[in-house]
Design a protein around this ligand. Structure first.
Ligand SMILES: Cc1ncc(COP(=O)(O)O)c(C=O)c1O
Length: 381
């Protein structure tokens, strides 16, 4: 048996997505920029997906731009805000994904942008009074960048409230919704938001394709030069099959949102109960009142070989994660766990779910965990 519990890193492709993409690969050969029939057919498939994204979040189609994924969308939002909107200060928080944090380092170093980090508590909850005090009586052109859900501990930020604070103080607002797009209803017309990032492979779509929403009031210049694609914003022939897969995946995620959510909520809560009943001194990281239902970050008490937990789970047939999927493949520790002051000797495993996971899989996990946690002789290394 193989159990995949790392769905915050990526999700398997939906069957309908594979079918839509395969059919496009067979039938759509044209370059969407060509004006002949083949080109026009590919173009109209792209625009169909754009319409799905726009309708999903209540944006206009002219506000949606396809990108290579969440990382590019985050780069685009932050860098375009500085280059084109006159932003000289960015307020963010230290639990953001590296796609935001490393971009902030770059903007601080090379563009002289002032970067300020919000106070957070040990659940990863942002101090909104701190945000208000930073924005009040300050004329500096500011962008606030705060993610909707943390990818490692699942804490949900109150992005609606944050958007209102930004709006009241004349600040731009960017939110990385890579983990929540397709999981929660999102409506940009009810939020005062300037930029939103999304990525298909987190909602059962293909990897290497995502999108950015840019509020039509914000006029930004091309992020990639070299062609008129994406209304001049991103030169280069479009990832036609990826865009089609993204549209299909988002359409399905929205149509099945309640049903998938109910299922995932139930298995998450089952696992919490089983873990609490089976192991002593288990803690759940993040805000357990406002959380992303697909993430359960579990902190295990110190034990001599506990650093081998993940490895032993893997060889027992279970894929989970220590934090986020790290780009280098080398576990360098988690800035999120450091940020919430997780004691260094405790070991965290992030279990993250899809609608495919079952109670039987979780029972299998518990049995394996009992062995790798309790029977130290099974622990190698
Ligand atoms: C919160 C968050 N932002 C951004 C990204 C990066 O997205 P992508 O893999 O599409 O570049 C991820 C992926 O792990 C994420 O979890």
């Amino acid at each position: 048996m193989r159990v995949f519990l790392d769905n915050a890193a990526t999700t398997p492709l939906d069957k309908d997505v594979i079918e839509a993409m395969t059919s496009a690969m067979h039938n759509l050969s044209g370059n969407p920029s060509s004006i002949h029939k083949e080109g026009r057919t590919a173009r109209s498939a792209i625009e169909e997906s754009r319409k799905i994204v726009a309708n999903t979040i209540d944006a206009s189609i002219g506000e949606i731009f396809f990108t290579s994924g969440g990382t590019e969308s985050n780069n685009m939002a932050l860098k375009c805000a500085v280059r084109d909107l006159g932003v000289t200060r960015i307020i963010s928080e230290k639990l953001e994904h590296h796609a935001v944090l490393h971009t902030l380092d770059c903007l601080e170093k090379h563009n002289g942008v002032e970067v300020v980090y919000l106070n957070i508590d040990n659940r990863g909850v942002i101090d909104l009074a701190h945000l208000e005090s930073l924005l009040a009586d300050n004329d500096t052109k500011t962008l606030v960048s705060v993610m909707h859900s943390n990818n490692e501990i699942g804490t949900l930020n109150d992005v609606q409230r944050i958007s209102e604070i930004c709006d009241a103080n004349g600040a731009f607002f960017h939110t990385d919704m890579v983990q929540t797009m397709g999981y929660f209803p999102i409506n940009v017309s009810k939020m005062k938001v300037s930029f939103v990032s999304g990525s298909a492979h987190k909602f059962y779509g293909p990897k290497g394709i995502g999108f950015i929403y840019i509020n039509g009031d914000n006029i930004v210049k091309p992020f990639i030069d070299g062609g008129a694609q994406e209304r001049n914003m991103r030169g280069g022939t479009e990832n036609v099959y990826g865009i089609i897969g993204l549209g299909k995946a988002l359409e399905k995620a929205v149509a099945n949102m309640d049903e998938r959510r109910a299922h995932i909520e139930s298995i998450r809560s089952y696992l919490m109960t089983q873990l609490s009943e089976t192991f002593e001194d288990i803690k759940f990281n993040g805000d357990q009142d406002n959380y992303h239902y697909k993430v359960l970050s579990v902190s295990f008490p110190p034990s001599p070989k506990s650093d081998m937990l993940l490895f032993n789970l893997d060889i027992s047939g279970i894929s989970a994660s220590g934090g986020s999927a790290c780009s280098s493949g080398i576990d360098v520790g988690s800035h999120v766990l450091v940020g919430i002051n997780q004691p260094e000797d405790r070991v965290t495993i992030r279990f993250s779910f899809s609608y495919h996971n079952t109670v039987e899989e979780l029972d299998f996990l518990i049995e394996k965990l009992k062995k790798v946690v309790a029977l130290k002789e099974l622990v190698t290394g």
